[in-house]
Design a protein around this ligand. Structure first.
Ligand code: PAF
Length: 285
């Protein structure tokens, strides 16, 4: 078992811990998370470990990115288990502030990335990306990382954060990391833990639907509406799944495409009861 690593709860503690690191010019990799860590998160920590002198994992269930009817209260939490996993995976520090510490109030400053946030998850989760960008801007200012690591499963989040960093000149490199999947293809997510056994059995249909469309692209199909229809028809094989969206967009600016050319993203979101799952597949046509 690895020895425990420091878990710091205040902004001044993490700043003090990182001050000598910055002074000696050592590099800092940040893995921002909301905890309930799974193999997907651990792959981000390993990627950060390979390239940085110091690896910080932030664990903070950020209330400002949840809508009023979303699962903030029910979001899985396991700080002890997470701390053990961080230590075993080679992280150096954990930053796990309270809500009061991150938002001491009055809080009235928000970071909003326009355009990219209008479709996909942004349409059904108004305000979500404003909360994500605001908390990440704060984490970047607090930890001053050289690199920050994000999973490609949250493709829109990755595009939005990349744009924010470029637009606001944050001196941080955003490092995308591949989606990690269960053996049956289900993309790893902290929310998977909340699926009932019946929902869990049907959840791999998301990835299967995307793979079916990918096969048709390989066979020459380029019409986005036809491909979306294939995805929807495979998703009906999961009767417990309620489709939120099925969309094919350009990979760079997330604008909808009619005919596939260049790099595109096929993205789906479905709800199993109160649990919302997303997945995507990048395709080149
Ligand atoms: O992807 C997540 O877990 C969250 O959106 C993030 C990036 C940690 C911001 O709260």
């Amino acid at each position: 078992m690895s020895p425990p690593i420091p878990r710091l709860a205040t902004v001044s503690e993490i700043r003090d811990a990182l001050a000598p690191v910055h002074r000696r010019g050592a590099s800092v990799g940040l893995v921002p998370t909301m905890g309930a860590l799974h193999e997907g998160h651990l792959s981000l920590i390993r990627a950060a470990r390979e390239t940085n002198d110091v690896v910080v994992v932030s664990i903070f269930v950020n209330p400002t990115q949840f809508g009023p009817n979303e699962d903030l209260e029910r979001y899985p939490r396991d700080v002890e288990g997470d701390s053990r996993k961080c230590a075993e995976t080679g992280a150096d520090l954990i930053f796990s502030p309270s809500v009061e510490e991150m938002y001491p109030g009055p809080h009235s400053t928000w970071v909003e990335v326009e355009g990219l946030t209008a479709g996909l998850c942004g349409r059904s989760r108004p305000g979500h990306f404003r909360g994500v960008c605001t908390v990440l801007a704060k984490l970047f200012n607090i930890c001053r990382p050289d690199r920050a690591y994000f999973g490609e499963k949250d493709a829109q989040q990755l595009a939005v954060v990349t744009r924010m960093v470029r637009n606001l000149d944050f001196p941080v490199q955003i490092v995308p990391c591949p989606t990690v999947r269960e053996p049956d293809g289900l993309a790893m997510s902290s929310r998977n833990a909340r699926l009932t056994p019946e929902e869990r059995a049907q959840a791999p249909t998301l990835y299967r639907s995307l793979r079916a469309a990918q096969e048709r692209i390989r066979a020459g199909e380029r019409d986005a509406a036809a491909l979306e229809e294939i995805i929807r028809s495979v998703l009906t094989e999961a009767p417990l799944a309620e489709i939120d969206y099925v969309e094919i967009v350009r990979a760079d600016d997330l604008s909808p495409v009619a005919i596939l050319t260049g790099d595109c993203l096929m993205a789906v979101a479905v709800k199993f009861g109160g649990t919302r799952l997303i997945d995507n597949l990048r395709v080149s046509a």
